[in-house]
Write a protein that binds this ligand. Sequence first.
Ligand SMILES: [Zn+2]
Length: 204
Amino acid sequence: MLTKQEIESVFTETGVMKEGHFKLKSGKHSPVYFNAKAIQQYPMKLNKFIDAWLEMLKEKVDINKIDRVVGPAEGGIALAYSLAEKIGKDRNRECLMAYTSKDKETGMMQLRKNFDLPSNENIVVVEDVITTGGSVQQTIDSLSEKNANIIAVCLMVDRTGGAVKFEGENIALYTTEAITYESDNCPLCNQNLPLTAMSNNAKK
Ligand SMILES: [Zn+2]
């Protein structure tokens, strides 16, 4: 099992988590900035998280029952692929994967038409970061249209502080609450720390 410190050092090494003084797209200031997609640059480091998820999944569900791992584009794709591969190797039987992406018409996360999902599959959903949980919930809704059974949701970073819960087992590697300050009442500004402007991830 990875400790919080081990997870944070991977986040720092890969650029997933930056500490400093950031101006978010919202205009608010924050001492921490998450760029969760950065983890995809480091397959071996990501693999540590995949191992941790497999271990945590085994404690909570029968992994023989998992048919497929699904992640929302773009952050969830590499994670879903790696976790499905790991589950398949562990039990010596294929575990499928798929991903959802934003539908141009509805703007909602939808299962790609490339993937043919039979009814009643047992599915694990995986995502790199949630701030509101919107993308994960839309992914679950899209899978529910196929009568899928969501048995677990694995998250790399839960920025809601655990406030958002999904169907099935909820397995977050790292849970934290977003810390933000109003620009006119920011302790970091008061310390004269240089400010870095960041384009905040779209709420997801
Ligand atoms: Zn500030």
